[in-house]
Design a binder for this molecule. Structure first.
Ligand SMILES: [Zn+2]
Length: 85
């Protein structure tokens, strides 16, 4: 089976609703049939919710480090993204 996984860049755009409708549908269809990308999307959703909870408080550094370590462990490319943002 030749599975073309969704890139982290695309998954991030997906969870932030920055994809056009055609791309979003393609990602949604892939996630529905791919545990690996589904899991990555759930991690991104968790990270996003951690970062978007309350603007009046800085997110706890411990939580951010934990979240980033999850992604960098599973996909070293994410560390490049994290450093860029
Ligand atoms: Zn996949």
């Amino acid at each position: 089976m030749n599975c073309q996984h969704v890139t982290y860049e695309t998954l991030i755009a997906y969870v932030t609703n920055d994809l056009d409708k055609h791309e979003a549908v393609a990602v949604m269809n892939h996630i529905a049939s791919c545990d690996q990308c589904s899991k990555a999307r759930q991690h991104l959703d968790t990270l996003r919710s951690l970062m978007c909870t309350d603007d009046s408080q800085e997110p706890p550094q411990r939580i951010l480090c934990q979240a980033f370590s999850i992604f960098t462990t599973e996909n070293p490319r994410f560390s490049e993204l994290a450093l860029r943002s």
